[in-house]
Design a protein around this ligand. Structure first.
Ligand code: DX5
Ligand code: ZN
Length: 232
């Protein structure tokens, strides 16, 4: 559900409908990644969040465009590629060809962010911009009309399984306020779980990215873990 469907709870807290869940596969059983992707899709993951890490922008290396192509074959969910790479501009077409429907790049990896966002849309994908915890929400102020989603990182990017940084909640609210009535998704990524999901949804998050909370979550299985994230 998007910002246009704002409703108010009895408590007075604003919510934007049930958030969507985008499962991040970094903490899945990587030796069985195709099966894991199929399982979380079956269990109700709205988007599949694929974290591309190049060992330069972030210390770790995950996978590249060829893996995205393969994983698309295991999922009917919307394919959401999060590029944690030093040269995002140079690989937009490759990820669009690989099957990405949404591509998010980091503001911190750019001198010419506007140009890359335009290239993502020109490639037929939804364009997203990600902000590290140390970057202010104001960093997106001049590209608000050039994006379809903003990704608020609630951990420093690079690894799954990190602890949620609580300051991210205010940043979600700030981003939501800046966006006004624009049809732009606010996405939160890192350490998201069933405990912080209600506050994130109340602050204006539309999409919760979750890895550990799904693959190592408290429920009986992936379906229950995804449902827990949505019970805000
Ligand atoms: C962090 C990634 C996240 C992360 C999510 O660099 O962008 O998508 O793996 O995993 P959890 O939910 O375990 O923090
Ligand atoms: Zn991510």
């Amino acid at each position: 559900m998007n910002a246009g469907h704002e409703i108010t709870r009895e408590s007075g807290a604003r919510i934007y409908g049930t958030p969507k869940v985008a499962v991040s596969v970094l903490t899945a059983d990587l030796a069985r990644l195709g099966e894991e992707v199929a399982a979380v899709t079956q269990a109700g993951s709205d988007w599949l969040h694929l974290d591309v890490m190049d060992g330069v922008f972030v210390p770790a290396i995950s996978f590249g465009a060829e893996m995205v192509t393969r994983l698309c074959g295991f999922s009917a969910a919307e394919i959401d590629v999060h590029l944690m790479v030093a040269d995002p501009a140079g690989c937009i077409e490759a990820y669009a060809r690989a099957g990405a429907q949404r591509i998010t790049v980091h503001a911190e990896a750019h001198v010419h962010l506007h140009r890359t966002l335009a290239a993502i849309r020109a490639a037929g994908c939804k364009a997203g911009v990600a902000l590290n915890p140390a970057s202010p929400a104001s960093a997106i102020e001049c590209v608000l009309d050039d994006i379809d989603q903003v990704l608020i990182m609630s951990v420093d990017p690079g690894y799954g399984g990190q602890v949620f940084l609580p300051g991210s909640i205010a940043k979600v609210a700030r981003a939501r306020a800046m966006l006004g009535k624009r049809d732009v998704r606010v996405v939160v990524d890192g350490g998201v779980n069933a405990r912080n999901a209600p506050e994130l949804a109340a602050a204006g998050a539309d999409v919760l990215v979750a890895g550990s909370a799904v693959f190592q979550g408290p429920g009986a299985g992936y379906r229950e873990n995804i449902a827990l994230l949505k019970s805000v």
